[in-house]
Design a protein around this ligand. Structure first.
Ligand code: 8ID
Ligand code: ZN
Length: 353
């Protein structure tokens, strides 16, 4: 009972509006190759990356025509014939993340850098993603979703959660350290606030506007707030909050280069700048002198591997990290992009199918 056609949000060419179709083909079970599966989606988060894909504003262009989306949760409805040793079976609930496929056998995969696999396929970028009712995926790559968390609550953990969880793991902090989070009120950032608290860190949330302040301070338990739209000197504000010493780490999830600008200056000696946000054509501007003199580590962090996904999802399922989301129907996608572009979304939007 797999339908032949489905609802899908399709970008014909980058820079064009998404078209909502109701006659988009569904890959049929007998078309699945060994190792492939078909997932009927319950819902999908909308990441700022999907907006970058639709605009085509990154140095590496997406494949078009494209169905975007990479924060999906649904259930396996078919597995390709002759699939050996599948870790999932029909009926299992699974998540679709940014890394749709990696070979698991190349040097980078063996090192755990599945996102840098030479044959990687990216959901909603180089292969069709989750802005549709049925998505084709791979049994070894989907993320099992435990009980105790709804599909809508789990969806944005698959990209936003995994990404900030891994970046925080790599930030070289110890409990009670201060972490600054530019972008704290957005999709990635609001989960970073919570994973940072789970790791025992003290959080300086940096973002703009009253709604995001309330989210970070009253609902997520950040320790301090800086409004980047009002504060003239963010560096001295971070120093004041940290008793003059500066933050031990910064995890930048801002989708603009502005969020990066002062980080090297407000980090204390030995501090780490984790680059996560991906403003389209920006350069990282940092003082070489102070990067050296203060022993600053600048490090990029790009989504996460299967293990990062399982860890991030399990923490969310334990109830210690909650996605703050608004549900909308798939047909609202274009309007969600407009709001994301204007920085108007606190937390996440999750689309229902
Ligand atoms: O693997 C990765 N590294 C990865 C994974 C997923 C997403 C990277 N990303 C990238 C996205 O492509 C995007 O560029 O991270 C960025 C943030 O994604 P998002 O969290 O989905 O976007 P959002 O919900 O729009 O949140 C961004 C927040 O940044 C704030 C905005 O107000 C918004 O709340 N912000 C901006 I724009 N400029 C700021 C500044 N100068 C700022 N906050 C503080 N200071
Ligand atoms: Zn994403």
């Amino acid at each position: 009972s797999i339908p032949k056609v489905q609802k899908a949000a399709v970008i014909a060419k980058t820079g064009e509006k998404v078209q909502i179709k109701d006659d988009h083909p569904v890959k049929q079970p007998d078309q699945l190759k060994p190792g492939e599966c078909l997932v009927r989606l319950h819902c999908t988060g909308v990441c700022h990356t999907d907006l970058h894909a639709s605009l085509g504003d990154w140095p590496i262009p997406p494949s078009v025509p494209l169905v975007g989306g990479h924060e999906g949760v649904g259930e396996v409805v078919a597995i390709g014939k002759n699939t050996m040793g599948s870790p999932v079976k029909v009926g299992d609930r699974v998540g679709i993340k940014w890394v749709a496929y990696s070979c698991l056998n190349c040097e980078q995969c063996r090192k755990g850098l599945e996102q840098n696999c030479a044959d990687v396929k990216l959901s909603g970028y180089t292969t069709d993603g989750t802005f549709q009712q049925y998505v084709q995926s791979w049994v070894n790559i989907v993320t099992p979703i435990p009980e105790g968390i709804s599909s809508e609550a789990a969806a944005s953990v698959l990209c936003a959660g995994v990404t900030v969880y891994r970046a925080l793991k790599q930030a070289g902090t110890v409990p009670n350290d201060w972490v600054a989070l530019p972008g704290a009120g957005g999709g990635l950032g609001h989960l970073a606030v919570q994973y940072a608290k789970v790791m025992g860190l003290r959080v300086i949330a940096i973002d703009g506007g009253e709604e995001k302040r309330r989210l970070c301070m009253d609902m997520l338990g950040a320790d301090a707030w800086i409004d980047f739209t009002e504060t003239k000197d963010i560096v001295s504000e971070v120093k004041r909050i940290t008793g003059g010493r500066g933050a031990n780490a910064a995890v930048v999830t801002a989708a603009s280069s502005g969020g990066y600008t002062q980080a090297v200056d407000y980090l204390r000696e030995g501090g780490t700048l984790m680059a996560v946000g991906l403003p389209a054509k920006a350069q990282l501007n940092a003082s070489i002198f102070f990067t050296v003199f203060k022993n600053i580590c600048i490090r990029g962090s790009y989504v996460g591997n299967r293990q990062d996904a399982i860890e991030a999802v399990n923490i969310a399922a334990s109830g210690r990290v909650k996605v703050h989301y608004t549900s909308k129907p798939l047909k609202e996608l274009e309007r969600v992009y407009e709001d994301l572009g204007k920085g108007k979304i606190a937390g996440r939007v999750v689309l229902t199918m």
